[in-house]
Design a protein around this ligand. Structure first.
Ligand SMILES: [Zn+2]
Length: 97
């Protein structure tokens, strides 16, 4: 089955997909990025996650977060660590922008 057909099927069944390549989760493996101990987001598939820089990963998370309506329980310090943007020193007081 072609990639296009698989995505159409995934779309029809209501699956979300990768924000970069648009492949659907019915057949593609997402890369989960934890934003707290209780929850994670997956804006990217495993392949795209490996191909881009930490800053780009972070930006994809931020875009998805905005799509969600900017919920307060999402910890961006945690996300920055998860994607490899900053070391594990939570004292760094960086702007989200
Ligand atoms: Zn992808």
């Amino acid at each position: 089955m072609s990639r296009w057909v698989k995505n159409v099927i995934g779309d029809a069944r209501g699956y979300g997909g990768c924000d970069r390549c648009d492949d659907r989760w019915n057949w593609k493996k997402p890369h989960t990025i934890w934003y707290s101990d209780a929850g994670g987001m997956f804006p990217l598939c495993e392949e795209c996650y490996q191909e881009i820089t930490p800053q780009e990963r972070y930006d994809y998370c931020k875009n998805l977060w905005i799509e969600w309506g900017s919920p307060e329980h999402v910890d961006f310090n945690r996300i920055a660590q998860e994607v490899g943007l900053q070391s594990s020193t939570p004292t760094a007081n960086e702007e989200v922008d």
